[in-house]
Design a protein around this ligand. Structure first.
Ligand code: SAM
Ligand code: ZN
Length: 273
C-alpha cells in the first residue's frame, strides 16, 4: 500500500472533492477534511451512524476456514476468468469479505491495482493481505461511495449488497459489473435441516430488474454441484453466512455426519449503460 495509490481511488465523503496524501498516514481534501489511514494500511471513510454491521471476526474466521478447504475454487476460477476478459487496470470488490475472490482476480501487471471495500474493518484488514496490489476501504455501500467518478474498470460484487446508481458512477464508460448470487437450490439440504435461512426464489430476475436502468446483462455463468462436507465444514459454512447473522452464533453440533450439500451460483456480467 502507498498513500498515493490508495488516495487515487478516493473522494472526500463529506464534500466529494478528491482525497490526496497529507503527510504520514493522513488523507485530506482541499476543504480541510482529513482522515487517518491506519497502520495496517487501509482507510475508514464511514460517516454518520450505521444501521447495518458488517461481518464479525467470527464470521470471517469461519469464511476463511471454509474457503481455505477449496470448495468454492470453481467459483473463484470463473470470477478470475470473467475479470481477466476485461484486461482491467482498476478492480473494485464491494463487500470483499476476506478477499478470497479479489486476491485471485488481480491480473498480472505492475500498473494493475485493486481496492477491497467492506463495511467491516476486520474484513478489509484481511483483504489487503490477499494480494500486494490491493488497497482497502471501509465504507457503506448504501451511502454515496467515497470513490471518484469513472475510475474503475471492473466492479466485483460477490454475495454482497449493491448500489446500482453508485456502481454506475464509479465505473468508467463501458465498465463491467460482476455480480454473484446464490441460486435457489444453494444449500438446499441445510435449509431442509433448518440450518440455513430461506432464500428469495426469484433472486436472479430481481437482480436484473433492479439494475436495468444502469446496466445491461451481458453474460451469465452457472455453477451447480454437490459437495460432501464434514460436520465442521458445515459449521463453517453456516457460520460464515447470513444464517449466522440471524441466529447470532454458528451451530456447531447440529450435523453429526458428513453431508452432501448443493452449492449453486449465478455469475452475471452487467455492462454499464
Ligand atoms: C456474505 S459476505 C461475502 C464476502 C465475500 N464477497 C465472499 O464472498 O467471500 C457479505 C459481505 O458484505 C459486507 N457488507 C454487508 N453490508 C455491507 C454494507 N452496507 N456495505 C459494505 N459492505 C457490506 C459484509 O461485511 C461481508 O463481508
Ligand atoms: Zn472534504
Amino acid at each position: 500500500m502507498s498513500l498515493q495509490t490508495l488516495s487515487e481511488w478516493l473522494r472526500c465523503p463529506n464534500c466529494f472533492l478528491p482525497l490526496s496524501p497529507r503527510g504520514d498516514l493522513l488523507l485530506g481534501c482541499d476543504h480541510g477534511h482529513s482522515f487517518d489511514v491506519n497502520k495496517r494500511g487501509f482507510v475508514n471513510l464511514l460517516t454518520g451512524p450505521r444501521k447495518f454491521i458488517g461481518d464479525s471476526a467470527a464470521m470471517l474466521d469461519a469464511r476463511d476456514r471454509f474457503l481455505d478447504a477449496g470448495w468454492y475454487e470453481p467459483l473463484q476460477s470463473i470470477i478470475r476468468t470473467v475479470v481477466a476478459g476485461e484486461s482491467p487496470r482498476r478492480i473494485l470488490d464491494v463487500g470483499c469479505g476476506t478477499g478470497y475472490y479479489l486476491g485471485a482476480a488481480v491480473p498480472p501487471g505492475d500498473d494493475v491495482r485493486a481496492l477491497g471495500m467492506d463495511l467491516s474493518p476486520n474484513a478489509v484488514g484481511r483483504t489487503i493481505h490477499s494480494h500486494d496490489r490491493v488497497d482497502g476501504l471501509v465504507a457503506d455501500v448504501w451511502s454515496p461511495l467515497p470513490l471518484r467518478d469513472g475510475g474503475v474498470d471492473v466492479i466485483m460484487n460477490v454475495f454482497a449488497p449493491r448500489n446500482a446508481a453508485e456502481f454506475h458512477r464509479a465505473l468508467q464508460a463501458g465498465g463491467l459489473l460482476v455480480v454473484v448470487v446464490p441460486q435457489p437450490a444453494h444449500l438446499r439440504e441445510l435449509r431442509e435441516l433448518g440450518l440455513a435461512v430461506e432464500m428469495q426464489a426469484d433472486k436472479a430476475a430481481h437482480l436484473t430488474n433492479s439494475l436495468a436502468a444502469w446496466f445491461r446483462l451481458e453474460s451469465h455463468h452457472q455453477l451447480d454441484r454437490s459437495v460432501l462436507l464434514s460436520p465442521s465444514e458445515v459449521a463453517s459454512l453456516i457460520g460464515m453466512g447470513p444464517s449466522s447473522h440471524h441466529s447470532g452464533s454458528a451451530p456447531d453440533s447440529s450435523v453429526s455426519a458428513d453431508r452432501s450439500v448443493t452449492v449453486a451460483f449465478d455469475i452475471f456480467g452487467f455492462r454499464r449503460r
